[in-house]
Design a protein around this ligand. Structure first.
Ligand code: SF4
Length: 249
């Protein structure tokens, strides 16, 4: 079996007998979940379903690859990759918003809004190359004491990331580079990207605003609006995320 480290030529899913159309599977899941009733409860199921599918497929692939895979260096408290721009989708935004409403106090939400605003000002007008250069200043608004404060609902992009060389992550952060040379598991990213795209294809098929937004921008939008109202307007097909949407799908 070829490994993920072979990059583009890797075709591990079909090699181990898994359906390779992850986008289609996830798109169908979204349509079935939201198609019958567009409610807040149903909207909150979307991102966890996608995260769960990604975790299941990744676990299956890694079980099959077994000893062919060198161990990852990632562990609790290691957070060099949490200094970077993270992109999220509307289903992830509403999931995070719901989590903040339930688990963060008003004071914590205000502190979070200030951190998110600082990051937004840092990246304003910059392209990805320039954003990478300022990575040491771009501490994620959710990172506290080197731990993620929204770990249970963290975005797909964070879940898919991995590194085999923590020291390379540290060097990359210190020198403001795009985390090159860390030797992460490419298959995790490919699986996550496919499923995330399927999630957005599903919401788009239902006529909902779909695309990717900066995590800090999404957080600020969530904190400045009534969440229940924002979710309902999104479910009604309104473009509620347009002020912070970076890429439309
Ligand atoms: S959301 Fe959590 S895991 Fe993702 S970058 Fe922020 S602190 Fe790190």
């Amino acid at each position: 079996m070829t490994t993920a480290e072979d990059g583009e030529s890797w075709d591990g899913l079909s090699e181990i007998g898994l359906h390779s159309d992850l986008r289609g599977i996830e798109e169908n899941t979204v349509v079935v979940t939201l198609g019958a009733s567009k409610t807040r409860a149903k909207a909150l199921e979307l991102a966890p379903q996608a995260h769960r599918l990604a975790a299941q497929v990744i676990a299956r692939v890694e079980h099959e690859l077994g000893d062919l895979l060198p161990p990852v260096a990632c562990k609790a408290g290691c957070c060099f990759c949490c200094y970077h721009q993270v992109l999220i989708s509307p289903p992830e935004a509403v999931l995070i918003g719901d989590f903040l409403e339930k688990h963060f106090s008003e004071r914590q939400r205000q502190a979070l809004a200030a951190k998110a605003q600082k990051n937004l000002e840092l990246i304003a007008g910059k392209d990805l190359e320039a954003i990478v250069q300022i990575r040491p200043q771009l501490k994620c608004a959710f990172l506290q004491d080197n731990l993620c404060t929204i770990y249970a609902v963290r975005p797909m992009g964070c879940r898919a990331w991995s590194s085999k060389r923590a020291e390379q992550c540290e060097i990359g952060l210190a020198h403001g580079d795009p985390l090159a040379g860390i030797g992460g598991y490419i298959h995790r990213q490919k699986i996550a990207v496919d499923i995330h795209h399927g999630l957005l294809q599903g919401t788009k098929a239902l006529g909902l605003e779909s695309g990717y937004m900066d995590l800090a921008g999404g957080v600020n939008l969530l904190l400045q609006n009534n969440l229940a109202n924002l979710i309902q307007r999104w479910l009604n097909g309104e473009e509620v995320f347009s002020p912070v949407m970076d890429y439309r799908v």
